[in-house]
Write a protein that binds this ligand. Structure first.
Ligand SMILES: CC(=O)N[C@H]1[C@@H](OP(=O)(O)OP(=O)(O)OC[C@H]2O[C@@H](n3ccc(=O)[nH]c3=O)[C@H](O)[C@@H]2O)O[C@H](CO)[C@@H](O)[C@@H]1O
Ligand SMILES: C=C(OP(=O)(O)O)C(=O)O
Length: 429
């Protein structure tokens, strides 16, 4: 299994191109199931999760074609890909494919809306909590679907088309908002979604669906209204820059010091996190070509954070922020409110010399002047990258095991960081 070896202690200086967002690309790709026309997506990141979803969609009959080479705009591997679901050949998403990735469950909505039936295995994904699918089921039932959970599968039908309705999400859910919004585009009549997720990825999806002929208003607010239409057409749409990748590299600079331009990044997609990073002592500026992050040699100020749905501080940046706080000048409190088991990085950061105590859903981080390199391993994507950030700032050698987690969400991580002066390499085995 591949590992990442880091020799810490260098400042980061230079430019890092920000890739298309994994969490925007995945639902956009799934939206291709809603039409028999071609959906062209620009800026699709080259990531393990994207490749896995291509396989899942292929099983349903979606053809894909990569028609762009490297995009000059960010010199990354992010590509333009055509997805065409001319005929849906299979409405079952099997366990072997879906168990690897949470978002693959989301095919249930478009399959049901277009074909009237779907049988989808209950999902896998990052092991950060129980992550049930009750809201998806309740929401689709509100649109008239019949759903049974049997043998590890959600078996759904809506023989006479889905029917628009009012649905109030009992809890803000990004995935359930994506699914109900996609499903309602082809339902009969009007759907009103209340307490919907306001994440930029929801807005990106709504804009794509509208370009395909859907009638969606209010995406980005907590009330989304959808007038159902009979069919959707193809469209061309661009994946937004990855705000989690952006925040991750910003925190790396805030920790190591230096001056890095995050090319193509948009500060408006993570204002809350940038405000927090600025309070730690880094300087963040939006420029025409991206977001510039600088920090001089002064100490890192401790800041308390609580994760919240957008526009709050994102749970997907919690681990990385904890890494930053391990070297702050005092005590900080980090409270996780979205997932009940998202502190697996704590014991790994401790191997590097971090002092962190857990009290329920709050981590109390007592900053230390230095971390020291060690062997570490994480069990989820963002936890893994928090160890990379800590390794960049630690003295000596850090080896991060189980790199496949990183490959799910970070395009060319080692290359991007080493171009800014980090000593980081992949050891293949
Ligand atoms: C591919 C993708 O975009 N993943 C993101 C998405 O995950 P995902 O869409 O899975 O996360 P949700 O917003 O649905 O989860 C929020 C909370 O709702 C709970 N819940 C959700 C659905 C449900 O049916 N029942 C239920 O109880 C979850 O267990 C969690 O506690 O949003 C999360 C929250 O910003 C991010 O961490 C993930 O990176
Ligand atoms: C939790 C994440 O992904 P997933 O929802 O696919 O598990 C993530 O992107 O941090």
């Amino acid at each position: 299994m591949d590992r990442i070896r880091i020799v810490g202690g260098n400042e980061l200086n230079g430019a890092i191109p920000i890739s298309g967002a994994k969490n925007a690309a995945l639902p956009l790709m799934i939206a291709s199931l809603l039409t028999d026309d071609t959906l062209t997506l620009e800026n699709v990141p080259h990531l393990a999760d994207v490749e896995q979803l291509i396989r899942i969609l292929g099983n349903h009959g979606v053809d894909y074609a990569v028609n762009g080479r490297r995009e000059r705009q960010n010199e990354g591997y992010s590509r333009t890909i055509n997805f065409t679901a001319r005929n849906i050949v299979d409405t079952t998403a099997p366990y072997e494919l879906v168990s690897k990735m949470r978002a693959s469950f989301w095919v249930i909505g478009p399959l049901l809306a277009r074909m009237g039936v779907a049988k989808v295995s209950l999902p896998g994904g990052c092991a950060i909590g129980t992550r049930p699918v009750d809201i998806f089921i309740e929401g689709l039932q509100a649109l008239g679907a019949q759903i049974d959970v049997e043998g590890g599968y959600a078996i759904a039908s809506a023989k006479n088309r889905l029917i628009g309705n009012r649905y109030h999400f009992p809890k803000v859910s990004v995935g359930a908002t994506h699914v109900l919004m996609m499903s309602a585009t082809l339902a009969r009549g009007e759907t009103v979604l209340l307490n919907a997720a306001r994440e930029p990825e929801v807005v990106n999806l709504a804009e794509c669906l509208n370009a395909m002929g859907a009638k969606i208003e209010g995406a980005g607010t907590s009330t989304i209204t959808i007038q159902g239409v009979d069919s959707l057409s193809g469209a061309r749409h661009r994946v937004i820059p990855d705000r989690i990748e952006t925040g991750t590299y910003a925190m790396a600079v805030a920790m190591t010091g230096g001056d890095v331009l995050l090319e193509g990044a948009r500060a408006d997609l993570l204002q809350n996190a940038f405000d927090v990073i600025a309070q730690t002592g880094a300087v963040i500026t939006q420029t025409d070509s991206g977001v510039r992050v600088t920090r001089n040699g002064q100490g890192i100020a401790p800041v308390d954070v609580v994760t919240e749905p957008f526009p709050g501080f994102p749970t997907d940046l919690q681990a990385q922020f904890m890494a930053l706080m391990t070297m702050s000048r005092g005590k900080s409190r980090i409270t996780e409110t979205i997932f009940e088991n998202r502190f697996m990085h704590v014991q790994e950061l401790a191997r590097l010399g971090a002092r962190i105590a857990l009290s329920g859903q709050t981590a109390i981080v007592d900053g230390v002047p230095k971390l020291k390199g060690a062997q570490v391993m994480a069990t989820d994507l963002r936890a893994s990258v928090s160890l990379v950030i800590a390794g960049l700032a630690a003295e000596g050698e850090t080896v991060v095991n189980r790199v496949y987690h990183l490959d799910r969400g970070f395009e060319r991580l080692e290359e991007k960081l080493s171009r800014c002066g980090a000593v980081i390499e992949r050891i293949s085995s």
